[in-house]
Design a protein around this ligand. Structure first.
Ligand code: ARG
Length: 459
């Protein structure tokens, strides 16, 4: 056991207590941030003449050596240390003696861990944004290639009206675009440096907190020292954004699973992104999409867990807050991994355009347009709705689609039908006549895609 706080104690910590209290097993992933923060701290201490330049240089040199030794395997982070902060400080003191003991001047582990976690989360937010940008680019290219790929649009998972694949994917572009922008907002809000808050009440040393903040590329120092050490809102915001991303990925995955099913066959997931069955030789399963859908629970779990952990904590730091790490790290890894895999699956997936168009052709997706046709001929919409309803019943009876009926059959149900109806209710017309902003026609779609291109260039 290597602890930083032995002085006040006359007995050794119980082994079980030590293990229960320790966080080294999971906070070791903060080593880069811990050392980055310590280097900024001593640089500021020397600028303020709290340390000499020689002391600063010796500490920084040694901190870099510790990091290098951990990275090349010469130095192992073991359970002998309570947490990553103790590990770094103890090794520093081992190597350079008394000078090393000066590192923690004007600092507490409370503001230190607040800084480490913020630095780490800040990098993760950027990583998620990079991955989302890649996915958005993929979705936009599918859109470009499928402006005239007709398919049924659904409500209640029942065929509703004809749309295009580009139009359908455009909906997901919007979702992930909002996710991207949400992360930018979160980044702005979290980009303040808590170091210098001390345990909770600042310090009596003349620290230059704004200088430390600028060394670490923050927008500034946090405003209140109590809030600095007890705030995990930024983490909750990020977990909430990650939950939303997972919800979007899960909806998309669910559709891919349905579209990839034997009944639909709208898409074919590539062999490299599918798995087989140990017993049924014919199977090619969409496991990746199912797993992404399945992993949503653990990300929502991380969000719920941290919200719950934080809700009863009096100001300022309490050890409960150590629980902010494990599930958050798991959520970061899970979401970033899922976006990457989903993107790979999209890039390799095949779209069965004929199957989609055929599906749009049957199932009466042009029934609304048939009613609109009668409205244009002078019939009130409610009456037209009822006429087409009867027409659909007749079609079901004779097992034909509306456009497969002869003009005589159509006229028998309503004499207002003319030869021009066939063109008016064709798949192409149904789509191309929808010209309003955000609709599936190629004109509206091209505008939407230009907007997407501008957005992708701006990020
Ligand atoms: N391992 C602790 C955490 O993650 C570091 C801060 C410890 N501070 C303290 N006062 N015990 O929160």
């Amino acid at each position: 056991m290597a602890q930083l706080w032995g002085g006040r104690f006359t007995k050794e910590t119980d082994q079980l207590v030590y293990a229960f209290n320790a966080s080294i097993n999971f906070d070791k992933r903060l080593i880069n941030e811990d050392i980055e923060g310590s280097i900024a701290h001593v640089t500021m201490l020397a600028k303020q003449s709290i340390l000499t330049n020689d002391e600063r240089d010796a500490i920084i040199k040694c901190l870099n050596e510790i990091l290098a030794d951990v990275n090349n395997g010469k130095l192992e982070i073991t359970e002998k240390y309570e947490d990553i902060h103790s590990f770094v400080e103890a090794n520093l003191i081992d190597r350079i003696g008394d000078t090393g003991k000066k590192l923690h001047t004007g600092r507490s582990r409370n503001d230190q861990v607040a800084l480490d976690m913020r630095l780490y989360t800040r990098k993760q937010v950027k990583l998620t944004q990079e991955l989302l940008k890649e996915l958005l680019t993929t979705i936009n290219s599918v859109m470009k290639a499928n402006i005239d790929t007709y398919m049924p649009g659904f409500t209640h998972l029942q065929k509703a009206q004809p749309i295009t694949l580009a139009h359908h994917f455009g909906a997901y572009f919007e979702m992930f675009k909002r996710d991207y922008l949400r992360l930018s907002d979160i980044y702005e809000r979290m980009n303040y440096c808590p170091l210098g808050a001390g345990a909770l009440a600042g310090t009596t040393y003349p620290l230059d907190r704004e200088y430390t903040a600028s060394l670490l590329d923050f927008k500034g120092a946090t405003a209140n020292s109590i809030d600095s050490v007890s705030d995990r809102d930024y983490l909750i915001e990020y977990l909430s954004a990650l939950s939303m991303i997972m919800m979007h990925l899960s909806r998309f995955s669910e559709e891919i699973i349905i579209w990839n099913s034997n009944e639909y066959r709208f898409v074919e997931i590539d062999d490299t992104y599918s798995t087989g069955s140990s017993i049924m030789p014919q199977k090619k399963n969409p496991d990746i999409a199912e797993l992404i859908r399945g992993k949503v629970g653990r990300v929502y779990g991380a969000l719920t867990s941290l919200l719950t952990t934080m809700k009863g904590i009096p100001l300022a730091y309490n050890k409960d807050m150590q629980e902010d790490k494990e599930m958050s790290f798991d959520a970061f890894d899970t979401v970033n991994g899922c976006i990457k895999l989903f993107d790979g699956m999209m890039k390799t997936m095949k779209f069965n355009k004929e199957v989609m168009a055929k599906s749009a052709m049957c199932g009466f997706t042009n029934a609304t347009d048939a009613a609109d046709y009668l409205v244009k001929k002078g019939m009130p919409f409610r009456d037209a709705h009822s006429v087409i309803g009867r027409l659909v019943l007749y079609c079901i009876d004779v097992n034909k689609s509306i456009d497969e009926l002869s003009i005589d059959e159509l006229k028998e149900i309503c004499p207002m039908f003319d030869e021009d109806v066939y063109n008016e209710i064709s798949l192409e017309t149904c789509v191309e006549k929808r010209l309003t902003k955000g609709s599936p026609s190629s004109q509206a779609m091209n505008e939407e895609i230009s907007g997407n291109d501008i957005f992708l260039k701006s990020i």
